[in-house]
Design a protein around this ligand. Sequence first.
Ligand code: GTR
Length: 403
Amino acid sequence: MYRTILLLIITSLSLFWYSSLQAQAPEPNYDETKVPEYVLPDVLKSATGKLVRSQREWERSRRGEILTLLENNIYGQMPKVYDSIRYMIVSENKMSMQGRVHLKEVLIEVFNQRKSVKINLVLFVPNNAPKPVPAFVLINHRSKDNIDPARDTKSNFWPAEVVVDAGYAIAAFHVDDLAPDHKDLFINGVLELYPEQLKADNGMRAIGAWAWGASRVMDYFQKDALIDKDKVVIVGHSRGGKASLWAAAQDERFAICVTNCSGNTGAALSRRQFGERIAVINTAFPHWFNNNYKTFNNKEDSLPVDQHMLVALIAPRPIYATSASEDLWADPKGTFLCLKNAEPVFSLYGLKSSLPKEQPPIDKPVIQSPIAYHNRAGKHDLTLYDWKNFIKFADYHFKSRYK
Ligand code: GTR
């Protein structure tokens, strides 16, 4: 009897909780005419109202100010200090992929406060490319099969063969090593090394932990003589693309940032309120961003930042953002506009973006630019088409522009 009553109470409470969440989460808008009027925070205007006019002023004051705003209001703090780190080659095959490639499986173990996290890095280095070789690193949030070191499974999500044949090393790690992508389990990883973060409203959460992991991979690349540490491209798709942006913004050792279909709280403007919204993402994925971000549910206009400011932090390093034409949830137009609104910061460095005024047509990539963009025909995904364009982009910046 008691159990039945208890069960009834629990069921109605959870129904109530669920419906209040639903009420919080607005219906997505896919109608361009219903995009509200909005004013973006000026990326060049500091908190004191002063307009930044030079690279120096940007680097000395405004850049740090924006980084702090993003930390405090969205992504959380990024702890940079740890007690120690060690790298172990757990498996190696110098003649992988029919002799073309040197495979290394590296265990990166990071220690802090008597705890450790273990990051499993898969790395393929082309044998015939001049050393050190530039590299792509994927933040993988999908199945581990996508980054199979044995190559029994091959996937266009991480087309290792294509990338190494283009003369690049390719690496990947899985987000679960840093913070499992689950609202209760995400604390099992990096956050055990920094327990104080969990208590802070502006503390690190899952996306921050994944970005932190990308930086530890970068720490490893400083020590691997095969890798050109000055030419590392960080890549992420969707939630991984939110993390690749945050990693590149935080860690200036990443030479290029690729953010594929990253959408809301990635490379799409929040104020457009098109497709996924802050209230929706915070409800579905409460573990991705910090507590303070929840106060902006349905209040996009009161955020002191918008996503163009995150993109601007990558400058002067090249950035490539993509959309997919059927992926309205991630707001293709809002992604393009986000890049456009980051242009003034690239201009401070004398870098001229080749992006047109209006969003380019489907399948017409703009690559020869410090800020690149394409809107691929099709669905939300990371495909061979996307990778082939990322390779062209890296070729353009690493080979033609710098050499
Ligand atoms: C969706 C989420 C998006 C995006 C996507 C993904 O459910 O709403 O923001 O991150 O997942 O990662 O594929």
